[in-house]
Write a protein that binds this ligand. Structure first.
Ligand code: IMP
Ligand code: MG
Length: 188
């Protein structure tokens, strides 16, 4: 049984930037906007996993449209907290996006390279429209001009973990968004 205090990794955090309660409220508000915007559209949600897994799962349960869901995987080569090189789309999608209104969901908009590449790819495949929804936006880090249509929270230029976001593939299961204590960023 997990301890009632929550995952032990909470002890690895120096600071919590966004609490589980704040995430829940914001996801509900984003969901209501999306319900209004997509009320008359055949919606297809495309999640960029693994990062967007938890955000998408919570968002989907607020959406009322009989939408379709697909996932794709994008990867950059990482050295610690920095992505280097151009993102590669590794998993191809199963559903055909042609003629559909696609909502792309990712955990965080950082340099913008991933969403710019994936949005371009989906447009090229003939989607009727492509909009993007991110839980977090780190505006200070943008390397290509790209803005998301729906943003949960703007955050400062710090490397964060939790609620789907990882450091070296760990900490995705934290229920909040936070900054690790410096010694954990040194560990592999
Ligand atoms: P991009 O730089 O906008 O292409 O973002 C690429 C990916 O880097 C995101 O989808 C995240 O998976 C990852 N990333 C960027 N910033 C952070 C962070 O602060 N914590 C964890 N992952 C991050
Ligand atoms: Mg990601």
């Amino acid at each position: 049984m997990p301890s009632p205090k929550g995952p032990p990794e909470l002890r690895h955090l120096e600071r919590v930037l966004v609490s589980p309660q704040a995430i829940k409220r914001r996801v509900a508000a984003l969901g209501e906007r999306l319900n209004a915007d997509y009320a008359r559209k055949d919606m297809m949600v495309v999640a960029i996993v693994n990062g967007a897994l938890i955000f998408t799962a919570d968002l989907l349960r607020v959406l009322r449209s009989p939408l379709r869901l697909d996932c794709l995987r994008a990867s950059s080569y990482h050295t610690g907290t920095r992505a280097v090189g151009e993102p590669r789309i590794v998993d191809q999608m199963k559903l055909d996006v042609k003629g559909h209104h696609v909502l792309l969901v990712d955990d965080i908009l950082d340099t913008g390279k991933t969403l710019a590449a994936v949005a371009g790819l989906i447009k090229d495949k003939g989607a009727a429209s492509v909009r993007t929804c991110v839980l977090l936006d780190k505006k200070a880090r943008r390397a290509v001009p790209f803005e998301a249509d729906y943003v949960g929270f703007e955050i400062p230029n710090e490397f964060v973990v939790g609620y789907g976001l990882d450091f070296n593939e760990r900490y995705r299961n934290l229920p909040c968004i936070g900054v690790l204590k410096p010694r954990y960023y040194r560990e592999k």
